[in-house]
Design a protein around this ligand. Structure first.
Ligand code: IDP
Length: 143
């Protein structure tokens, strides 16, 4: 299996809880490598563009407000089956349904404030990575 990349966000609620390192540890313990990373405070336009596919959903306004409420960490994770592996580490969208030991079970309080984002397919991963990172900002594993 070739190495795959996925895009991840540690959302404002988890950054506020001071669990960036704990979450990075979960990625690394599962064999995923952080090959790009930065902290930023999204603008309204940036958050609206990122979540454009949800524009017609009733929760869109609340989602944009939340994602712009504080800083986030954005990162590119690389590894075998990175997309699916990260989704497994994250757990279900609604923390009430997230399996024990997943990030959302451990760190999220509600479906609105659910700690992390992760791409749902290789195609969306490529789009989302390019939304936040230039090629020069990504440092693939060298050995
Ligand atoms: P995902 O983050 O697990 O991929 P999506 O369905 O792509 O889930 O939804 C994107 C984000 O929108 C979720 O992480 C969550 O923050 C928010 N969201 C999704 N469904 C609801 C809902 O029914 N109410 C409130 N917020 C929601």
């Amino acid at each position: 299996m070739a190495l795959e990349r996925t895009f991840s966000i540690i959302k404002p609620d988890a950054v506020a809880k001071n669990v960036i390192g704990a979450i990075y540890n979960r990625f690394e313990s599962a064999g995923l490598r952080i090959v790009a990373s930065k902290m930023l405070h999204m603008s309204k336009e940036q958050a609206e563009g990122f979540y454009a596919e949800h524009k017609e959903r009733p929760f869109f306004g609340a989602l944009v407000d939340f994602m712009t409420s504080g800083p986030v960490m954005v990162q590119v994770l690389e590894g075998e089956n990175a997309v699916i592996k990260n989704r497994e580490i994250m757990g279900a969208t609604n923390p009430a349904e997230a399996a024990a030991g997943t990030l959302r079970a451990d760190y999220a309080v509600s479906i609105d404030e659910n700690a992390v984002h992760g791409s749902d397919a290789p195609e969306s991963a490529a789009r989302e990575i390019a939304y936040f990172f230039s090629d020069e900002e990504i440092c693939p594993r060298t050995r």
